[in-house]
Design a protein around this ligand. Structure first.
Ligand code: UD1
Length: 370
């Protein structure tokens, strides 16, 4: 059984690493049943957005690197489709596994389905119901053409059912990104991050922002800078800056508007980031994955978005949705600093065994059904 799995952008790497490990484990018990080929589209290409994750997550060099980074959505998507088709023509896999909601996810699933190759989507069914988000379009398209849909939280089952996806295509397996988190927390590889940035545990707010709705136009990014400046009088701020956000700081000449006491850094690798997160007093973010990781760790999270496609993090976990309303976010931050916050609970099946469940389903559906 030949599996081609796809990574493209930063949030994909920690979802494919556990799958690779689970396939290797399965093979060691069952005579190398699966052949696994890893394709990196190159959507993210900077050393600290990609290479460091391969090292931290012990991923092997990809079998194919498509080098399609940068450009508009149309350019990126089109280049991925053209390059990925060539790989599929050569490899003729039994199934393509895509993860998450980035442009690479959608582009590779379309390519495979058009060639009559099955697609499995890991992290299916999440919906923000906000079609201005590029990821929402990627999710809807990928789910609508996938053959196996692996769901991470209960809302996913409901959403797919409402969209008429047959229940026998859907498997609730839990959150594969949490597999990576548990694995590396247990390995306890200590990162020197706190020392390097002179940070003390439980005494700083970790900030990550990169959504186009927050950082692409001058007015919103200025509003956020003012908010961070205000917040920095209450708590130390540590802000690893995503390339999109950094490019916009430069484009609008705003980098110098951030107060000096805000600690900026380049984007962090995986091990550094989980250290920064687990030691933070709270996190302020617009990322999807960080809402989930903070929920698992019980760290309060303030999300600067109007919607979340991961409602379990608000309903069960430690996440607060502030919208794009910085006053609301400030209020949440003050409450957290005063000790008023929810610790939340760990959602169902976020237990470190999601990748194993996925491989078992692939085995049942691809091998046993033959
Ligand atoms: C992408 C995903 C988003 C995910 C995010 C995580 C889509 C639609 N969006 O957004 O869901 O949360 O990744 O980071 O797929 N750039 C660099 N170096 C890099 C990567 C990007 O300079 O290594 C620059 C690009 O050239 C571009 C900008 O950053 O100008 C945005 O990159 P892009 O891949 O288009 O989307 P992200 O904002 O990173």
């Amino acid at each position: 059984m030949k599996i081609v799995s796809v990574v493209g952008a930063r949030p994909n790497f920690m979802k494919i690493a556990p799958l690779k490990r689970a396939i290797d484990e399965f093979n060691s018990k069952d005579h190398s049943l699966f052949e696994h080929i890893l394709v990196h589209t190159g959507q993210h290409y900077d050393e600290n957005m990609s290479k460091v994750f391969f090292e931290d997550l012990e991923l092997p060099e990809p079998d194919y690197y498509l080098g399609v980074g940068g450009g508009s959505h149309a350019e990126q998507t089109a280049r991925i489709i053209l390059a990925f088709e060539k790989i599929l023509l050569k490899e003729i896999p039994d199934i393509v596994v895509v993860v998450g909601d980035v442009n690479s996810t959608m582009a590779c699933s379309i390519t495979a389905v058009k060639m009559g190759i099955k697609v499995a989507h890991v992290e299916a069914g999440l919906r923000s119901f906000d079609r201005t988000m590029p990821e929402e379009i990627n999710r809807i398209i990928t789910d609508s053409i996938s053959d196996i849909l692996f769901v991470s939280e209960p809302s996913g089952i409901l959403n797919l059912n409402n969209e008429g996806i047959p229940a026998d295509k859907v498997a609730f397996v839990g959150n594969i990104m949490i597999d990576s988190l548990i694995y590396y927390l247990n390995k306890n590889k200590n990162s020197s991050l706190l020392d390097r940035f002179k940070l003390k545990g439980n005494s700083y707010c970790l900030v990550t922002l990169h959504r186009p709705s927050n950082v692409d136009n001058k007015e919103s990014i200025e509003k956020i800078i003012n908010f961070l400046n205000d917040l920095s009088s209450k708590i130390k701020i540590f802000f690893p800056v995503h390339p999109r956000t950094y490019n916009n700081f430069i484009k609008y000449s705003l980098l110098n508007n951030l107060k000096d006491e805000i600690i900026l850094s380049e984007p962090l690798g995986y091990l550094d980031f989980i250290s920064a997160l687990k030691e933070a007093k709270f996190v302020l973010t617009d990322s999807g994955g960080i809402q989930e990781e903070s929920t698992f760790l019980g760290i309060p999270c303030i999300t600067l978005r109007n919607t979340t496609e991961r409602p379990v993090t608000v309903e069960v976990g430690s996440n607060y949705l502030a919208g794009e309303n910085v006053e609301k976010a400030f209020e949440y931050a003050e409450n957290i600093l005063a000790g008023n916050y929810k610790n939340g609970k760990i959602p169902e099946l976020w237990d470190g065994n999601t990748a194993q469940r996925i491989v078992n389903v692939l085995y049942e559906k691809l091998v046993r059904s033959l």
